[in-house]
Design a protein around this ligand. Sequence first.
Ligand code: MN
Ligand code: MN
Length: 453
Amino acid sequence: MDLTYKKKNIYAAADEAERKRIFEYCEGYKKFLDNGKTEREAVAEAIKMAKKNGYKPYTLGDKISKGDKLYYNNRGKSLFLLRAGTADIAKNGVRILVAHVDSPRLDLKQVPLYEKSDIAFLKTHYYGGIKKYHWLTIPLALHGVVVLKDGKTVNVNIGEAETDPVFYITDLLPHLSQELNTKTIAEGFKAENLNLIVGGMPAHGEETDAVKKGVLALLNEKYGMTEEDFLSAELEAVPAVKAKDVGLDRAFIASYGHDDSVCAYPEITATLQTETDQTVLTILADKEEIGSEGNTGMQCILIHDILDEIAKSYGVNPAVLREHSMCISADVTAAYDPTFASAFEEMNVGLVSRGVTMNKFTGARGKSGSNDASAEFVGYLRGVFDKANVVWQTGELGRVDLGGGGTVAKYIAKNNIDTVDMGVPVLSMHAPYELVSKADIYSAHLAFAAFIK
Ligand code: MN
Ligand code: MN
């Protein structure tokens, strides 16, 4: 009898048929990535998928009946999918899956447009944790909305079509970087230098700010907007690059926004494809990357309201419902990177292709700020995953006291709900182009499906 524990490589254990299933599943994921680079676009994609599977819009206050498949669209930026099950929710509670669909990026400021040395620029304010130098000299697209003075909302998407122009942030040439090279990264790369080039052709007949006026004329022609309309716009600069297979064997996918689409997509597919009599609430959250704030983030009371609506419709005490509910907070974790080995502790980190990774706790400096899931809940999930033959692993973000991070888990748990973090390990997390193993994505789908069954 082997008493030792070892992690399994999914690809090594998979036969040709299983490898094919993994690859086919990931073709759908790549489309989701390319069509859903922002929280608004990801929510719209998810609604499309849900509608195809018979989901209907839900309004707070409506009665929920057993068998209903509903979606609640929260301001176009976060989404709740609800499958009202036939099982006794006073005993089983609700199975909750939550991932986020916002990703690190560069947001435009409210007064962004200026001209200098015959070049027009847009000023940005970065969103979430980025390494600023990553965003220099790469093609960038602009996504988002402009709410015009008359209240009309205009959708903007420039830089994704093959023939679209893209936007660009400059870097200093190496020939003249002797001073820059002696600075720390924090000193050398400043947020106020993350300015997007948006034009270089002066408008005819203009004496001052002719390039800026040329850009405004184009924006007016295309979107009917004036400079003042930037005041009520949400425009996000994201990498103008599509998801691609990586490696001769195509084991990996590189893309913008794996954090956290790589958990959101398996969450959605598991929810739409699994036959279950449980009541399932699947959440796509916004604002995770800036602390889950605001009325589209997971600190919002809305989850409490929706659970209350379920309890009311089923005639169950809402406190009892919450007490028996369970949640997987599906968010990415750091994958062990042999090139930066000293940042990790190899026994306790997600290893690529060894499955969706459970972080019993996150946090920093002695688990501070973490939801530390109980051994009982972890033990329960072990049984669920083993029964469904899911290859999974455990991990921590990195070496103790090197840094840390948080997720939405603690905001769910504080409703008296057993919650644990689980997600796909990512290489180069928060870079404009992140890397994951296809085997781990499919493993996440299988784990989430087993959890809600
Ligand atoms: Mn995340
Ligand atoms: Mn993140």
